[in-house]
Design a protein around this ligand. Sequence first.
Ligand code: BTN
Length: 334
Amino acid sequence: MAMMPASLLGETRMQNVLQLLQDGEFHSGEALGRVLGVSRSAVWKRLQYLESDLGLSIFRVRGRGYRLASPLSLLDASVIAKACAVSGWVTEVLPSIDSTNAQVLRQLSAGVLAPLLVLAERQESGRGRRGRVWVSPFAENLYYSLGLRIEGGAYSLDGLSLTVGLAVLRTLRESGCAGGGLKWPNDVLVAGRKIAGVLLELAGDPAGTCQVVIGIGINVNMLPGAAVAIDQPWTSVREQTGGLVDRTSLVLRLNHWLQHYLTQHAVNGFAGLRAEWEAGHLWQGLEVTLSAGPQQVDGVVLGVDKQGALRLNVAGEECQFSGGELSLRLRNDS
Ligand code: BTN
């Protein structure tokens, strides 16, 4: 497990300094030294850890002190824990982890009871769909994994990942991303660019009692020009709304909509959400190419079935496709 070294962020003092600095305002060397428990002259050396390890830029101006190049919104663990306790969710908010999905799987296999929510300020090996890396810079985005116990076998997982996409879309629309929509199976796009993705992972017996980890990544405050290597067009809530987003409030909003849609899914299955999902699908009626590794199928999107499978018109015939390894692109896209 890739935890942050105790000498760095694991140290409460460093976290307290970040909490002070997150407003992007100047803070005196004396004030920071007090929080860090070091002399004024030793402050700069400590702050350089934040630059080298977390990729943050810090300005130092004689007579004024230190400030972050741009403000941050750190997760407030106590606010999140309090809100989750009302729903009986256990929470973990970590400064750094390999992957929040991996952490939930570890905790569940160590006997921690679901529902369990794990959030992190950064992921060192964030996992995307189809074996891709999910780029997860410090304190910019949301890295959110909810572990749930599912009774009734794989049948009750039908359409679950699309249901989660609906919850994410609703959260983003309520956060000011009005033009957002879905791309099968569970990407959320705004202005044709990816703003969020969902990765479900399973543990246990898919035919009986199993655990599912709902992993959600949302690009929140990351802006174009950020030094990140993402291999597809992307946008963020901040880019769409024009202001720094409070990530803790976004977590609470996502909790709310997830609970709403997961309850509907548990009661009526995906069948009851299918029409709403199709209404939010940006590629309804469009010509697409579906790929599974080297194999490709061209068709026109008809919608989804009651298990969440993609319905395509392929050469005049309706065909259904499902599976985590599939990917979809518009046919006229290069
Ligand atoms: C995708 O490729 O679209 C899915 C991305 C899912 C990323 C999230 S971030 C939180 C959770 N932890 C991970 O390692 N991955 C998911």
